[in-house]
Design a protein around this ligand. Structure first.
Ligand SMILES: [Zn+2]
Length: 390
């Protein structure tokens, strides 16, 4: 599989990074046999990676999407769901040499797993195109989680579409949580793919969807998809812009007054926020908004998808420890080894392990405890995992 064959390629002016993946060689022992506690674990904590994508999906899923996109204006010619042909062995092969291999090498116990974020591409086609594609992707994640119940717990893609009310995503969220046992969703604050035509996340436009999230007790990771705006590189600019934008929206709005138990995860280390923590604290103060730690408390988390040690050092120094979730985004945004360290850029556990000033208790919160607070359904899933056959 080459990058050029990914359907997003034609939609994007820039290399959107996450859409590219190398061919992994299948091999190794069975991934379903990881037992807790993993001997590589830090200070006895369970290592929960809250941000992983299926970026090594079987070829036929990409073939299916390409056919759908090729006939985006002609529903009759779009492929049927039944035309997707992916065997369990192909799913195993796609994971064994990639995500599962890295889990074992790095000592991650379980990954909260969702479809490829770039692949969501909500800007392509209409709602029905998004719905069929999202359902197919979510069913693929469900198959992954069924094949490897010890290694993956699902999070769903939503059938968002520019200009269409988020109410239209309630059905798919409900299906994924109730039928598939998923524990969260990825919510795109900008379904237009870089043109920001949707209201801010604090607008009532989103409220019915939030009501359903609260009812089901699932969080959303605020996660954009591919950028079709040539000004914004996907993973390099659009992702980080969106994280920063979402956080500023949350500062200025009263979302958590209206939804005291709504939970949002801002990925990629919170975008530019930690580095500019003083600016955001000051802006909150100037605008007579609550202090940041008070606003975030039981509602907002940043993940650790920051790909160097100084970044994690800063993140863990300025952001409350209670609001940081361990994540690596593997296999995804930045591939390859950092020549300065000799380790993979996305081997983020290493940075948390070495962050100065973190106590064993802090690390346990980042690796395990905070995730249990952010994903209330996780506890039950992990209990089931503990009793699943190794
Ligand atoms: Zn991601």
């Amino acid at each position: 599989m080459t990058f050029a064959s990914h359907p997003n390629r034609a939609q994007s002016w820039f290399d959107n990074g996450e859409a590219r993946f190398v061919a992994f060689i299948a091999g190794g022992d069975s991934g379903s046999g990881v037992l807790r506690p993993n001997p590589n674990n830090s200070d006895g904590a369970m290592i929960i990676d809250c941000h992983g994508h299926y970026t090594t999906e079987p070829n036929d899923l990409l073939r299916w999407r390409k056919e759908q996109v090729d006939h985006v204006k002609d529903p009759v010619k779009q492929p049927s769901k039944a035309s997707l042909k992916v065997s369990d062995d192909e799913i195993r092969e796609s994971l064994e040499g990639a995500q599962l291999k890295l889990q074992r090498e790095r000592g991650t116990d379980v990954t909260i797993f969702s479809p490829r974020a770039m692949g969501m591409s909500h800007h392509i086609g209409d709602y029905n195109v998004s719905l069929a594609w999202s359902q197919l992707c979510n069913e693929m994640i469900y198959r992954v989680c069924t094949l490897y119940p010890n290694n993956f717990i699902g999070v769903c893609q939503l059938p968002q579409s520019p200009g269409v009310s988020p109410d239209s995503c309630i059905g798919e969220l409900e299906r994924c949580v109730k039928e598939f046992g998923f524990v969260g969703c990825n919510l795109n604050p900008d379904p237009s793919g870089g043109y920001w035509t949707a209201p801010p996340l604090t607008d009532r436009w989103w409220y019915k969807f939030y009501e359903k999230m609260v009812e089901l007790d699932v969080p959303a990771m605020v996660h954009v998809s591919a950028s079709c705006n040539p000004c914004f590189h996907g993973t390099g600019a659009h992702y980080i812009n969106a994280d920063t934008t979402a956080f500023m929206q949350l500062i200025m709005g009263d979302l958590f007054k209206d939804f005291p138990t709504l939970k949002l995860i801002v990925p990629h280390g919170g975008g530019a926020v930690p580095f500019h923590w003083g600016r955001y604290r000051g802006l909150a103060m100037n605008n007579k908004r609550p202090p940041l730690d008070e606003m975030m408390k039981n509602n907002v988390w940043f993940d650790t998808c920051v790909y160097h040690q100084p970044g994690i050092d800063l993140l863990t120094k300025v952001v409350p420890i209670e609001n940081i979730l361990f994540a690596s985004e593997m296999v995804g945004a930045v591939r390859g080894k950092d020549p300065q360290t000799g380790y993979d850029f996305d081997d983020t556990k290493r940075y948390v392990d070495h962050a100065p000033g973190l106590s064993a208790e802090d690390k346990k919160k980042i690796f395990e405890g905070n995730a249990l607070r952010a994903y209330p359904r996780l506890k039950k899933k992990l209990a089931a995992r503990a009793t699943a056959p190794a």
